[in-house]
Structure formats: C-alpha cells, structure tokens
Write a protein that binds this ligand. Sequence first.
Ligand SMILES: C[S@@+](CC[C@H](N)C(=O)[O-])C[C@H]1O[C@@H](n2cnc3c(N)ncnc32)[C@H](O)[C@@H]1O
Length: 195
Amino acid sequence: MINKLEKKRSDALREHIPVMRPLTAKLLAGVVEKLRPKETLEIGTCIGLGAIGVLLAGGKKVTTIEIDEDRYFAAKNNLEEFGLFDRCEIILGDCKEVLPLMSENRYDLIILDGPKSYYPEAYPYLKKMLLPGGILFADDILFHGMVETNDAPAHKHRTNVNALRSFIEIAEGDVDMTVRKFDLEDGVILLTKRG
Ligand SMILES: C[S@@+](CC[C@H](N)C(=O)[O-])C[C@H]1O[C@@H](n2cnc3c(N)ncnc32)[C@H](O)[C@@H]1O
C-alpha cells in the first residue's frame, strides 16, 4: 500500500500536481504513528494522498477540504481505490467559508496545506479546534526559500510570502504552543498545543 501511495505521489509530482512532497509526507507519517490521531483535519486535499497517508499510518478518521472539483473527485477515486473512503470525509468547498462553520469540532491533528495567504487568518480557528496535546502540521512555510530571507519577495509572491512570515511570527510567539521547524523540502512547522 505504501509503495502504491509513493508511486502515485511521484506520478502526480511529475505532472505538476501539488501533492505533498515525499520527505514531508514521511515526516507526517512519523507524526501520525506517534500521535495515533482519532480525528484529523486537512486543509487542502488535492488528490487525497495526504489523507491516504494519514490513514495508512494509523489515523482513524480524516476530514479534508478541497476547493477544486476535479481534485475532489480524483481524491474520492483514490480513497476508494485504497479502500479508505469510509474513513474519510471530503468537503468540496472554500476553506475560508467552511472552517468558521466547523469551529466547534475538535481534532488531534490538523494539516494546514491549503492557500498560503490564508494561514494567519486560519490560525485562531485551528488553534481552537486543536485538542490539548494535538499537533498542527503546517506545510510549505518556507515557500521555496523566499520566507526566511531578508530579500523582498517578487511581486507575484508577495502576498503568500508576507502571509507566511506573519504566520510564523504568530505561531512562534504563541505561549500555548511548542514549536518545531523542519527545513526540508518547502518547510514544515509543527505546533503542539500545550495540555
Ligand atoms: C499543496 S495542495 C495540498 C496537498 C495535499 N495536502 C497532499 O497531501 O497531497 C493545496 C490544495 O489546496 C487547495 N486549495 C486552494 N485554495 C483552497 C481553498 N480556498 N479552500 C480549499 N482548498 C483550497 C488546492 O486546490 C490544492 O489542491
């Protein structure tokens, strides 16, 4: 199953589909194996490989949000192919609209992997939705090396880079969280909510 997942990942990356990259996916699988989350929320489903990875690593249930209809159906097909569809709820919608409606739900693990410009705005919701001891796994925080440099970002990346800088500052300044940063691939930050 893992080999099949990794084959799908490399095929997708070759086709420039923005699935989670392999070392980041491995880090996530390690987090899941340790945490054994009952409830996981993922922002940004893409074609479902992140959700499949969580379920194969020992997560019980995943709820995941995707705005793009073609990717939503591709994710549904992939989860069915792996026999995991009954453990995953895929919500087709804009996370900016959906998240505020879900704010009473609680999760052991939240994967933030959707629109980068939304990370700072999403943070208060996600913090509230995270159970004590739970982990927020935010991907792409270094945005191709553009975040942790003093250089001004190119105009077309400015919104994302500024949002990610602001997200990191908020997260690192949050006394309710312990923070670990991983400088691998596009960068990951792991925030554990203090119990
Ligand atoms: C980096 S990909 C997610 C990769 C996935 N987590 C994985 O493990 O392979 C980001 C996804 O977020 C989706 N997305 C972008 N804006 C969104 C929004 N406002 N609401 C929900 N999903 C969104 C994109 O369509 C894309 O599929």
